[in-house]
Design a binder for this molecule. Sequence first.
Ligand code: AMP
Length: 278
Amino acid sequence: MKIIESIAEMQVQSRAWRKEGFSVGVVPTMGALHDGHLSLVELANARADKIVVTIFVNPTQFAPGEDLDKYPRTFEQDKALCEKHGADAIFFPSVDEMYIPNASTWVDEEVLSQGYCGASRPSHFRGVTTIVTKLYNAVLPDIAVFGEKDYQQLQVLKKMTADLNFPIEIIPGKIWREESGLAMSSRNRYLSDEEKEAALSIYNSLTEAAEKTSKNSDLLEVREVISEKISSAGGKIDYVETVHAETLEKVDVVEGPVRCLVAAYFGPARLLDNIQLY
Ligand code: AMP
């Protein structure tokens, strides 16, 4: 497995693979890899010949005061895991490699990125769409795999990829969970055991809601029940929303596919989860 730190070298490698007739898959991550990330690597492996895991803690998707500095960085461990799960290369650039000083061009998706995480973190998705474009330009992939764990991000990136005519197929990966049901996240390591236990209220309330939701459900009521369960476990709700699964428009009645999106703080960690309600 190769470790590649420069964009030029990544492009040379990718072109060489393509010349030999191999397809290329990319799995963009910020490192601190867990089984959720690794499930995406395996999914990529089933769909493309050569797999590049990118590891880059992208400063432009963090706002001032967020956890950029303390975001976990575990490269040696990540390297061993990527190797074990069949990655062919890790693209591991520095911030200076990815961002030219005084860069003044951004990629902005203007519809699906509004609201939800986009409301709580106003410059976040602009950072995500810009870095993913740059990663596409470095890796030159045929497919890109993103997790449903970050559901709004997945929809934004699908839209961006289509809008900008990138010849890249987006493959969504299912949410990987701890045995308890807690969605795996690099940020779970900020949680104490008690906070982890309390944070289970997110998954438990979502699965209960999914079991109970029918065509006639009042989604306002569904949201209230979920919020109440998370709050009474000690969580601080950022948002609980019921949305159309593709357009991400808010819905109060079941008319098409409905996804419930949750963001809530437990201790220092802002946790995301979501489920298909109908
Ligand atoms: P991150 O390193 O958190 O930026 O995530 C990198 C990729 O892994 C994104 O596409 C995430 O949606 C995905 N991901 C993160 N956690 C999980 C999980 N528990 N299950 C599946 N995919 C995940």
